[in-house]
Design a protein around this ligand. Structure first.
Ligand SMILES: Cc1cc2nc3c(=O)[nH]c(=O)nc-3n(C[C@H](O)[C@H](O)[C@H](O)COP(=O)(O)OP(=O)(O)OC[C@H]3O[C@@H](n4cnc5c(N)ncnc54)[C@H](O)[C@@H]3O)c2cc1C
Length: 281
């Protein structure tokens, strides 16, 4: 009889657990390993960041719901996967033996690739609910003393949709607060054009998003590489279509949210044959 282990109690891991539970044979066991006790619904993070939602409205305790289905849960996180031994080392020191392993951890956020980048630096993030809560505190301070916003996605990012979404959310929130005229907004992206989305565009996304951004007075810089971020200034090199540097920008901001590149989580990074070159599973 088999022990199936799923690492990650997020948008991939939780449905996987429910689906897998239906496939179990008599005597099979299923364990989900999360990092922390809760499932949280990542796509609602941007709303937490402007206080349109509270944290408790977008998360719930994973063990309670998995337990109802007879699925075991450990929230101490996977520290390292040892595929040669079919084992996962956990954050609480325990070791789980598995017959089948599902890796559904989402990415490691590569803030460390750019000086001054991320919640430990000078920009906000909506990739995790913890970040979104911090971003909400920064938003509270920002709306008391508004100024320029820089929003977008840095080089190496593969998920661009939330950057556009958050730009329009902030724009709407500022209009509701009657502050929009005091906030110049610039969208900075490594995409070759607005609406590329890392996918070469989706339908008419180029013209639709360009039009919406013009309509909302959001300027943009594409083919951008963020080279350094200091308090209140983002340094950006804009490239031409051949990838050659075209223009240097020093963009002032009072609030910034930039999506990072994604890497593989530490528990699987560097394992021969398992992750891709970027270390993602
Ligand atoms: C701001 C934002 C908005 C988005 N909006 C949309 C949208 O509107 N529509 C859409 O389709 N997609 C959206 N996406 C994309 C979508 O959220 C992701 O594709 C999806 O969450 C990926 O699911 P996942 O299970 O791989 O990762 P996640 O949902 O991030 O879950 C991974 C889980 O694994 C946990 N974990 C990490 N490391 C470990 C470890 N070592 N051990 C144990 N657990 C670990 C994490 O804490 C997390 O709970 C959005 C993404 C973001 C960032």
């Amino acid at each position: 009889m088999a022990h199936i282990v799923i690492i990650g109690a997020g948008l991939g891991g939780m449905p996987m657990a429910y689906e897998m539970q239906e496939q179990l044979r008599q005597g099979d066991r299923l364990t989900v390993v999360g990092s922390g006790p809760n499932f949280h619904f990542v796509p609602s993070n941007p709303w937490v960041a402007v206080r349109w939602r509270k944290r408790e409205e977008i998360e719930f305790p994973a063990a309670t719901y998995l337990g109802k289905k007879g699925i075991a849960f450990n929230g101490s996180g996977a520290k390292r996967v040892h595929p040669e031994k079919n084992q996962v080392e956990l954050g609480d020191g325990a070791v789980l033996d598995y017959d089948y392993l599902v890796i559904a951890t989402g990415p490691k956020l590569a803030f460390d690739e750019i000086e001054g980048f991320g919640p430990e630096g000078h920009t906000q993030s909506v990739c995790h609910v913890d970040h979104a809560e911090r971003a909400a505190l920064a938003w509270d301070a920002f709306v008391k003393e508004p100024g320029p916003i820089v929003v977008g996605a840095v080089q190496g990012a593969s998920c661009f949709g939330p950057a556009y979404e958050f730009a329009f959310i902030m724009e709407t929130d500022l209009r509701r607060r009657k502050l929009r005229d005091r906030v110049p907004m610039t969208f900075v992206t490594s995409e070759p054009y607005i609406g590329h989305l890392g996918l070469g565009g989706v339908g008419d996304s180029k013209s639709m998003l360009e039009s919406a951004m013009r309509d909302k007075h959001i300027k943009w810089i594409c083919n951008a590489k963020v080279t350094r971020i200091e308090a209140g200034t983002m340094h950006v090199t804009e490239h031409d279509e051949e990838g050659k540097p075209k223009k240097e920008h020093a963009l002032p901001f009072r609030y910034s949210m930039m999506l990072p590149a994604f890497k593989g989580i530490d528990a699987v990074f560097g394992i021969e044959g398992l992750p891709t070159r970027a270390g993602s599973s």
